[in-house]
Ligand binder design. Structure first.
Ligand code: PMP
Length: 431
């Protein structure tokens, strides 16, 4: 399939208007125009199964979310310095999904902002500057959190305040060593930081390590590292932008899979099902002084429309049993992928929790060397056959499968058939 002249022209206009920093997915970029549930349609009416989107997490254009947003937008939408019932009720309901220790939540518009305000509060509370992140983490785009996002590459500068440690690796490190290794690496990073006169303020991780290649197992392995950062006087921030809001099936929040209570929790993406809404929850004492001396104002963050969107998302997750659906359909999908792996040794590992799954492509199971070319081929083959995923991880060889939580078994079966066909085609074409 070649790119149409119209799409070619749009790509050129896009580059001219938006500049060079933007990227498009796929060798043949997708031009989508509408959506519903787990489905997207391109401008020619062709249908795609969205197995990648954790923003439209309760399904694209979910009628209850659309209705809640539209209704509130037609009544009142203003900045956040007036009294309004929605935002308070929403905050209470959100906090009720979390451990009691997390007593306040502050609203923002993007995951980046949620991490940025978390970092400011953590640094002001601890009177320290140092932050430890994993080697391929992504925590956002502002000047402060881009520093915490080594996955942005070498061009993004990082001050000595930031130290990197290896992420867990579910395939290459034995499960029993995962927790101890992470804690040992953290200890070393703290020692090196201190040798340079910098005290550790924060250890922050995405609790499912999405951009590091998705490392969910064994649940609980985060505990020793979290104990350590606290023993050293720092705080633990759980970045729940990816695993939060029931995605893992096991728990509503990724940190709960690890049996943890973080000092702060940041969240975003699926929170408003596409309406910009994010937030930072925290232990109340952390923000006491900051609140008194620094104040907080966010023009759009947690306005009445955002709160209506967030509330509708919580309602849909509960009323449609989406956490259980993530467990059931995610489990079905995972065992189907494991079955494919019995026929394709090119698949080195299948892992995941709920509806967040990874398939790691390797050149050989003996070496587990990453096979980025195969992953890229599979991603593009799936796209040509109407199924959307992407690839991630340090070797760009980990297929990232993250459909809306409303995925049903019939659609999962369709996914599995397309995935097997893609691996077969890769083999036939000698990739
Ligand atoms: N944290 C994580 C783990 C993320 O995946 C992302 C977005 N990819 C962010 C933070 C930043 O969120 P946003 O793009 O909404 O600023």
């Amino acid at each position: 399939e070649a790119l149409s002249p119209a799409d070619r022209a749009l790509i050129d206009r896009r580059a001219k208007a938006l500049g060079p920093a933007y990227r498009l997915f796929y060798d043949q970029p997708l031009h989508i125009t509408r959506s519903e549930g787990v489905w997207l349609w391109d401008k020619d009416g062709r249908r795609y199964l969205d197995a990648y989107n954790n923003v439209a997490s309760v399904g694209h254009c979910h009628p209850r979310v659309v209705e809640a947003i539209t209704q509130q937008l037609g009544v009142l939408n203003t900045h956040t310095r007036y009294l309004h019932e929605n935002v308070v009720t929403y905050a209470e309901r959100l906090l009720a999904t979390m451990p009691d220790a997390l007593g306040h939540v502050m609203f923002t518009c993007t995951g980046s902002e949620a991490n940025d305000i978390a970092l400011r509060i953590a640094r002001s509370y601890t009177r320290r500057e140092g932050v430890i992140v994993t080697r391929l983490a992504y925590h956002g785009l502002t000047e402060a959190v881009a520093e915490l996002s080594p996955s942005l590459g070498e061009f993004t500068p990082r001050s000595p305040r930031i130290r990197l440690i290896d992420a867990p690796d579910t395939l290459r490190i034995p499960e029993a060593q995962q927790g101890a290794k992470l804690a040992a690496d953290l200890a070393q990073a703290i020692a090196e930081m201190r040798a340079d006169g910098i005290e550790p303020a924060v250890f922050i991780v995405d609790t499912i390590f999405s951009s590091d290649g998705l490392h969910p197992d064994p649940a609980g392995f985060l505990q020793p590292a979290v104990d350590l950062i606290r023993a050293e006087g720092g705080l633990f921030i759980a970045d729940e932008v990816q695993p939060g809001f029931a995605r893992t099936g096991d728990a509503f929040w990724g940190f709960q899979r690890h049996g943890l209570v973080p000092d702060m929790v940041t969240m975003g993406k699926p929170m408003g099902n596409g309406f910009p809404l994010s937030g930072t929850a925290m232990r109340p004492e952390l923000v006491q002084e900051f609140g008194e001396k620094a104040r907080y104002f966010n023009t759009f963050g947690g306005n009445p429309v955002a709160a209506a969107a967030g509330m509708a998302v919580l309602d849909v997750i509960a009323d449609e049993g989406l956490q259980d659906n993530a467990t059931a359909v995610g489990g079905f999908l995972k065992s189907g992928l494991q079955d494919i792996a019995t026929r394709y040794p090119e698949i080195g590992h299948v892992r995941g929790a709920g509806l967040f799954l990874a398939v790691e492509c390797v050149t050989a199971r003996e070496t587990n060397a990453p096979d980025a070319a195969r992953a890229k081929f599979v991603v593009n083959h799936l796209r040509q056959n109407g199924v959307l995923i992407s690839a991630t991880g340090p070797g760009a060889n980990v297929l990232k499968i993250r459909p809306p939580l409303v995925l049903q078994q019939a659609e999962a079966t369709l996914f599995l058939d397309a995935a097997e066909a893609a691996f077969a085609a890769a083999r036939a074409e000698g990739v």
